[in-house]
Design a protein. Structure first.
Length: 61
């Protein structure tokens, strides 16, 4: 499986029964996976939470 980030870096990762393990980096601004949008035999789509979103959420709490 190949991850195609928008910044041009390629991330290595492993998907097992309980988690997604990243061995490099997420998108530069992202710090975690916030939602699994789609998963099929050939495709996985994840929503990444960005650092600015995290800061905004902390300010609201």
């Amino acid at each position: 499986m190949i991850y195609e980030p928008c910044d041009g870096n390629t991330t290595a990762f492993e998907i097992n029964e309980s988690s997604v393990l990243f061995f490099y980096q997420l998108e530069p601004d992202a710090d975690l996976i916030s939602e699994l949008k789609k998963i099929t035999e050939n495709e996985i789509e994840l929503e990444l939470r960005t650092v600015p979103q995290k800061r905004k959420l902390k300010k609201l709490n």
